[in-house]
Design a protein around this ligand. Sequence first.
Ligand SMILES: [Zn+2]
Length: 244
Amino acid sequence: MVWTLEKSGKFTMKSSYKKMYEEKNNNAVVAPRMKSIFKKLWKLPLLRRINQFLRKYVKNFLPTRDKLSYAIQKGDYSCPFCSQMIETASHCILNCSMVKLVWFGLLSIHTPDNINLEDWICSLFDNIQAGHITEDEICKITIVSWCIWTQRYDTIFKEISSTADIIIQNCRKFLAEYIEMSHKKPNSANGKNRYNLHWSPPPAGGFTINYDGSYLSNSGSISLIMCDFAGYHKGSRCIYLVES
Ligand SMILES: [Zn+2]
């Protein structure tokens, strides 16, 4: 098996996302609708890893098997849950017969058949503005989506068999944790919301630079990565420090 997007022939997430981004958006500017969605998205009281999942979710960056078909020849592109359809993000999260049971069992939602995943989640964000849905409902929908996605990972990479009941049981733990956290009062001593202490998004049009470093004996390195407010990668650098 050869990954044709890298000279080495080896799969990398970087080349995969780059290809998806190029196909999806030729623009460097985020549309006003997406700016509004990302503004709301950053403020949701979700665990960081679930929020990061949501960012890929709304940008249709989930690396499902259909997206890999152009790079991997003669691969298995079928849905890991039902094996009946080609796995697209919409099928995996919304339309698979098994995940439909999950959505109804957890949130009494009949997921739509004639809309793609990206449009569906973005329309839900639009409905917050119109007062048809609350942020709390978006959070629960995101958690259910994330649980389906992590179960997919376990099915493919750990060869763990999946049923709607297993996903429902796992997801109930995360929903219960979310409900418990969302009912806790912010600490009145400092008046800050505990869920947003780790990071604050920059204002629209701004950028963030995250950095980290390590050292061993007399050498080390510093790494920097810059993203815009919507989470798009804008540049990165690794600086190696050598003994003088
Ligand atoms: Zn399926």
